[in-house]
Write a protein that binds this ligand. Structure first.
Ligand code: GYE
Length: 330
């Protein structure tokens, strides 16, 4: 009976409750030769994210042969799902999106696949049963970034002959459930686990924002008298943490009490590396527009693009940073 009912209501097989078919309403694109791309950006929480969006907007222009429909999901997965569904109903040529968290995409990606629209993931990954639900991914090796941070710290402490001392570490994590948080945490923890004298006091959710980074850091400073290292999973949280540390009357950086490790390497942070305020910044490259364009060009030529496309990245300390600051546009 239930089966009959659901069949009648959803006009589909028993047990597979499907969203109603969206009405096809293709975008009015004046120039038929343009490749139409729908982009769902996850938000604008950080300087990195703004640079990532700018990179997309720079590449997917009419002059370059594209029609861009860009939507900002303001950190909400439901907004991203809505955006993707609207791209499907507009019959765009490609869907590009940066998934706010890894889980929960199977259904909407299946809808895109059934509509025959290739999906290119940008920056973060999805966790899906069927890898054919996306065509390609462009982004960073987050676990490697976390390992680079850990390795830098291990080398630094060795240089300072602090291997015998108990090293107290706090970690400011980014958005829960996002690939960047998962990978950076895993990578750093892997290195930390092999160091007998490292003690991770606590990890807190700073949501990749300056305001939250500051709040979590204030909390850590109240709780722990002796913090040696702050690992902050993006520059925005680092900016907030630095304010909290200054207000608590502690010092940071190459000549200070607290070692600051950051991720992203946006210009304002690189300037702090140069000044010795941040000890090391693990670069995460937001300039992904060209990489995605290359994936699309390949598909257009009937070639199969690589499934995983890693962007190139560096590690910045006071020793090498000066050569890179001037060319930084974000
Ligand atoms: O590090 C952070 C942003 O997923 C790599 O998201 C991205 C991260 C980036 O908000 O600043």
């Amino acid at each position: 009976m239930l089966c009959l009912l659901s069949a009648a209501v959803f006009m589909s097989g028993c047990g597979s409750v499907k969203a109603p078919e969206p009405k096809a309403e293709p975008l009015e694109v004046a120039d038929e030769s343009l490749i139409v791309v729908g982009v769902s950006q996850l938000g604008s929480e950080s300087v990195w994210r703004t640079a990532n969006s700018a990179s997309i907007q720079r590449v997917f222009t009419k002059e370059n042969g594209f029609f861009l429909n860009f939507k900002n999901a303001r950190q909400k997965q439901e907004n991203q799902i809505k955006a993707i569904r609207s791209f499907i109903s507009q019959q765009v040529d490609y869907i590009i999106f940066s998934p706010v968290t890894e889980e929960g995409w199977d259904t909407v990606l299946l809808e895109a696949k059934e509509a025959g629209i290739p999906v290119i993931l940008m920056d973060r990954m999805v966790k899906v049963e069927d890898e054919s639900l996306y065509t390609a991914w462009v982004g960073s090796d987050f676990q490697e970034e976390g390992e680079k941070a850990g390795q830098w710290l291990a080398d630094h402490l060795e240089k300072e002959a602090r291997q015998e001392e108990e090293i107290h570490i706090v970690v400011l994590r980014g958005t829960e459930g996002s690939s960047s948080t998962i990978g950076r945490t895993k990578g750093f923890s892997r290195i930390a686990a092999a160091q007998e004298n490292w003690k991770i006091l606590e990890e807190g959710d700073g949501e990749f924002t300056t305001a939250k980074g500051k709040e979590v850091m204030e909390n850590f400073l109240e709780k722990y008298e002796d913090i040696d290292v702050v690992v902050s999973q993006n520059d925005d949280m680092t900016f907030g943490a630095l304010e909290a540390i200054e207000e608590a009357g502690k010092t940071v950086g190459t000549d200070g009490e607290i070692i600051m490790i950051s991720f992203d390497a946006v210009k304002a942070a690189l300037e702090m590396v140069e000044e010795g305020i941040i000890n090391v910044d693990i670069e995460c490259n937001p300039e992904q527009g060209e990489y995605i364009e290359e994936v699309i060009r390949k598909i257009e030529q009937g070639e199969e693009p690589d499934k995983l496309n890693y962007v190139s990245e560096n590690v910045f300390t006071r020793e090498n940073v000066s050569d890179f600051i001037d060319e930084r546009i974000y």
